[in-house]
Design a protein around this ligand. Structure first.
Ligand code: C2E
Ligand code: MG
Ligand code: MG
Ligand code: MG
Length: 281
C-alpha cells in the first residue's frame, strides 16, 4: 500500500476518507455482481383513497447476501453514479409491467394501478419513451394502469424534451406523478409547465403536519393549488389516523403510508388485497 503515491497520495493523510473510499469501491463492485445474480426485488406499498385500494407503488430493494435487505437509499445513489441505474431501472419497469399484466387476469387485482419511480438519468436517455412502449407491448400491461413517478431532479435537464416525452407516453395512456412535491427549488414552475396527473405531497410535510404550523400551511396550500389546477393529490408517509384526518379535512383524498401498509413483498401484498386468499383486510 505504501507504494501507492501520486494521485493516491490522499490515502496517507486521511484514513477516514480511505475507509469511505474502500467501502464505496466494495459497494460498487458488489452492485455489479448483485446485478448479475438477480439480487434485486420489488416491494409493493398500498395506495388508497376514500373508496378503498387504488393500487401500489413499486419500491426496489437489494437482497444483499450478507447485509440483508437494503433500502434504495443504500444503493440508488451509487447505481446512478455508476450507470447501473439504467439496466436496473429497465428491470424495475419490466417487472412492474409484468405484474400489472398478471394482476389484470384476477378479479381481485384487476383494478390495481402501479406507480414506478423513474430516475432522472433513465428518463433523460434519448430512447426512454421507446423503452417504455416496448416494455408495455412486450408485457401486455394496460398503460392506463401505469403511473410514472418523476422527481424534480429529472427536470433540470431540458424542459421541452421532458414535456415531449411525457406527452408521447400520455397519448398511450400512461400517467405521471411529481414525487416528493414541495421540497425542490422550483416546484411551482414544474407544476405549471409539466403535463402531470398527480402530485405527491412529500412525507417531510406530512410528518409534522399536526404540530408544525408551517407544515400545516404548506400542506393546505398544496391541496388548494392542486385542486385549482385540476391535479390529483396523494399524500405520502401517512402514519397516523390523525394525520389522515387532517389531510382529509383539507380536501386530500388519496394516501400512502404505514397507517395503511408498509411496502410488502409481492405475496404479502397480494394477500392484503385478496382477503379471500387469507389476507388481513
Ligand atoms: P419515494 O418514491 O418517495 O417512496 C416513498 C418512500 O417513503 C419509500 O421509501 C417508502 O417506504 C417510504 N414510506 C412510505 N410510507 C411511509 C411512512 O408512513 N413512514 C415512513 N417513515 N416512510 C414511508 P423507500 O422504499 O426506502 O424508497 C426511498 C426512495 O428510493 C423512493 O422515495 C424513491 O425515490 C427511491 N426508489 C425506490 N424504488 C426505486 C426505483 O425502482 N427506481 C428509482 N429510480 N428510485 C427508487
Ligand atoms: Mg415514489
Ligand atoms: Mg415520494
Ligand atoms: Mg420521498
Amino acid at each position: 500500500q505504501a507504494k501507492a503515491s501520486g494521485r493516491n497520495a490522499m490515502r496517507f493523510f486521511d484514513p477516514d476518507m480511505q475507509a469511505a473510499m474502500n467501502a464505496r469501491a466494495i459497494l460498487e463492485s458488489e452492485l455489479y455482481k448483485s446485478w448479475e445474480r438477480n439480487e434485486f426485488i420489488l416491494h409493493y406499498q398500498l395506495q388508497v383513497d376514500s373508496r378503498g385500494i387504488i393500487g401500489a407503488e413499486a419500491l426496489v430493494r437489494w437482497q444483499h447476501p450478507r447485509r440483508g435487505l437494503l433500502p434504495p437509499s443504500e444503493f440508488i445513489p451509487q447505481a446512478e453514479e455508476t450507470g447501473l441505474i439504467l439496466p436496473l431501472g429497465e428491470w424495475v419497469l419490466e417487472t412492474a409491467c409484468n405484474q400489472l399484466a398478471s394482476w389484470a387476469l384476477q378479479p381481485e387485482t384487476v383494478q390495481l394501478n402501479l406507480s414506478v419511480n423513474v430516475s432522472s438519468l433513465q428518463f433523460c436517455q434519448p430512447d426512454f419513451v421507446e423503452q417504455v412502449i416496448s416494455i408495455l407491448d412486450r408485457t401486455g400491461a394496460n398503460p392506463q394502469r401505469l403511473k410514472l413517478e418523476l422527481t424534480e431532479s429529472i427536470l433540470v435537464h431540458d424542459m421541452d424534451d421532458t414535456i415531449a416525452k411525457m406527452m408521447t407516453l400520455k397519448a398511450r395512456g400512461v400517467g405521471f406523478a411529481l414525487d416528493d412535491f414541495g421540497i425542490g427549488y422550483s416546484s411551482l414552475y414544474y407544476l405549471k409547465r409539466l403535463p402531470l396527473d398527480w402530485v405527491k405531497i412529500d412525507r417531510s410535510f406530512v410528518r409534522d403536519v399536526l404540530t408544525d404550523n408551517n407544515d400545516a400551511t404548506i400542506v393546505r396550500t398544496i391541496l388548494l393549488l392542486a385542486k385549482s389546477m385540476g391535479l390529483a393529490v396523494i399524500a405520502e408517509g401517512v402514519e397516523t389516523g390523525a394525520q389522515k384526518d387532517f389531510l382529509a379535512s383539507h380536501g386530500c383524498t388519496a394516501y400512502q403510508g404505514y397507517l395503511f401498509s408498509r411496502p410488502l413483498p409481492l405475496e404479502q401484498f397480494e394477500r392484503f388485497v385478496q382477503p379471500a386468499a387469507g389476507g388481513a383486510v
